[in-house]
Design a protein around this ligand. Structure first.
Ligand SMILES: *Cc1c(COP(=O)(O)O)cnc(C)c1O
Length: 332
């Protein structure tokens, strides 16, 4: 089976910002774009993206999950990177247009259509190292994805990184390529030296997130995760899972979580930990590594609460359970 995110629909929706206005180009071929080699994005990393999904329900309808939240976050990322402001209504039209075009290709659950809006600075101006791009390009790619857990759910091993950080402190809320590049070095070292799957960034002992997912600790009826500040990415899956946890009567504690507290709680047999993100929804964490020492989280196998919350969110996304928070937008 093809790796996640390597198959694309042949068209994408595209719009350009030039002379202080957005001009839609409609649907265009998705296998290339034309870009000046001096484009701002290629030198000064003026780029951000989003990731959301469309689901096919049993009745054949196509439903996009929490699109408005993703559009708002892209507007925020664009602002923080001094890219031109996006037009939220235009982006919504672009998403709906391309998903409608390829509605027949949206896989049935557990598959889905992954939607990747991307915003890049296009001004050919290598002298603008300290100034924003005046022109940009916004496009929406589609990539059909299968069952993320086709090979079974394997609990992850996370290396706790207490010295370095994922990205610059003031860039945490940006969903941007630069932050991913900045996290790659530590992640590759964690693979090579500890065979860890991911790095959990905990600068000065403050448990933040991994390279591309938020971290949740589940201790009995309580779910603990860092409260929203500007240092990390505010995941929409995180918010959805916390909402479902509250709905089910759990105590949701959004607050500082230290590495010491994490290690102490992890050793209780009923403790669970998980990563949340659009691609995998909720993935159990079985082991954390601190100072070269492996610590098993709870049973080490993931637990029933992680599974229940993932299944509940999936059931809403797949149209098997009432969408009581109006998270899905049906397109016709
Ligand atoms: C995208 C992302 C997440 C998860 O966000 P979702 O909206 O849940 O997909 C978490 N952390 C980082 C760094 C991300 O880029």
């Amino acid at each position: 089976m093809a790796a996640f995110g390597t198959i694309f629909m042949p068209k994408m929706s595209l719009a350009n910002y030039q002379d202080e206005q957005w001009i839609s180009a409609g649907l265009v071929d998705s296998d290339s774009i034309q870009l000046h080699p001096g484009a701002h994005v290629l030198h000064y990393a003026s780029t951000c993206f989003e990731g959301l999904k469309a689901f096919r329900h049993q009745d054949g309808s196509i439903n996009i999950f929490r699109m408005q939240q993703n559009i708002e976050r892209m507007a925020q990322s664009s602002r923080l990177l001094a890219l031109p402001d996006i037009d939220p209504q235009l982006l919504q039209q672009m998403i709906v247009q391309v998903v409608t075009e390829f509605a027949q290709q949206v896989p049935f659950p557990p598959g889905s259509m992954y939607i990747r809006p991307t915003h890049i600075g296009t001004e050919p101006a290598i002298g603008k190292a300290a100034r924003p791009t005046q022109s940009s390009m916004l496009y929406v790619l589609l990539s059909p994805v299968g069952d993320y857990f086709a090979g079974g759910i394997k609990p992850l091993t996370l290396l706790l990184e207490e010295n370095g950080s994922r990205c610059a402190a003031h860039m945490g809320m940006v969903k941007g390529g630069g932050n991913y590049a900045s996290a790659l070095g530590p992640i590759m070292r964690a693979h090579a030296e500890y065979q860890a799957d991911q790095v959990l960034f905990c600068p000065e002992g403050d448990v933040q997130e991994t390279g591309a997912a938020n971290f949740l600790l589940i201790d009995g009826n309580e779910i603990i995760t860092k409260d929203l500040d500007s240092s990390f990415l505010h995941g929409i899956t995180r918010d959805s899972i916390l909402t479902l946890a509250r709905d089910s009567g759990m105590t949701v504690s959004e607050r500082e979580l230290s590495v010491d507290e994490l290690i102490e709680r992890a050793q209780k047999p009923e403790c669970e930990a998980a990563l949340s993100g659009t691609a995998a929804v909720l993935t159990p964490v079985g082991t954390v590594i601190r100072d070269g020492q492996s610590i098993t989280v709870g049973s080490g196998q993931g637990g029933p609460t992680t599974q229940r919350l993932r299944e509940t969110l999936n059931a809403i996304q797949w149209g098997e359970q009432a969408d009581s928070h109006q998270w899905l937008k049906r397109i016709d």
